[in-house]
Design a protein around this ligand. Structure first.
Ligand code: CTP
Ligand code: MG
Length: 186
């Protein structure tokens, strides 16, 4: 949801396109990040990530913490973890763009598998940091929610996320292209 949010935000607020890189160039004469990475997208992804996790915490079963973002063992975490996942997803996407520009690829050009995984890796890393920071303030034990959900016996969840996300990304982008939300089908 966070990764799709910037595309919707672009349609809703086309005038708010201040670039994260401020239009500056890197030493190689190419954009640092490119025109496709805006503050609007970062805000939209963070907000939609937060809102989605908050909504999921209501529909998730309370005895399966994974489904409710830890709501079953702490009150404040779902929206905050969603914010971390969403913010991290868009930061991951922007970090990808930095390296993509360095390879000489223009904004919007395909770069498999990095375009498909940037946001899931970024989201998971930021959620991990947030989870660790939240341990003293929650009923979480050990390394917190993130470790409970993705480490130990739950490591296959990480693998499934990393495999399923690129497939989902392809499908969503083809739909976005057909709906004329995106200029290219990737
Ligand atoms: N977008 C945005 N701000 C962001 C990320 C995305 O405004 N932080 C919007 C831009 O309009 C962008 C579109 O969402 O063109 C699609 O995002 P994405 O595919 O990530 O960007 P690209 O334009 O393809 O750029 P890149 O090649 O750097 O991935
Ligand atoms: Mg792209």
């Amino acid at each position: 949801m966070a990764n799709m949010a910037p595309v919707f935000a672009m349609k809703l607020f086309p005038g708010w396109n201040a670039r994260i890189d401020g239009g500056r160039e890197w030493k190689d004469g190419r954009a640092i990040l490119g025109a496709g990475k805006t503050w609007r997208g970062l805000v939209a992804g963070s907000l939609l990530g937060s809102l989605t996790a908050f909504a999921q915490s209501f529909i998730g079963s309370t005895d399966v913490p994974f489904n409710d973002f830890g709501a079953s063992y702490t009150a404040a975490a779902p929206w905050l973890l969603g914010l971390g996942l969403g913010f991290g997803a868009i930061v991951g996407d922007a970090v990808k763009s930095f390296f993509k520009r360095r390879t000489g690829r223009e904004g919007g050009a395909p770069w498999v598998p990095f375009d498909q995984l940037d946001f899931v890796v970024g989201g998971l890393l930021f959620a991990l940091v947030l989870s660790l920071l939240l341990v003293p303030f929650t009923a979480w034990t050990g390394l917190g929610w993130w470790a409970d959900e993705f480490l130990g016996a739950n490591w296959p969840r990480l693998v499934i996320l990393l495999l399923a996300t690129p497939l989902l990304h392809f499908v969503v982008n083809i739909i976005g292209y057909k709906l004329k939300l995106k200029k290219v089908p990737w």
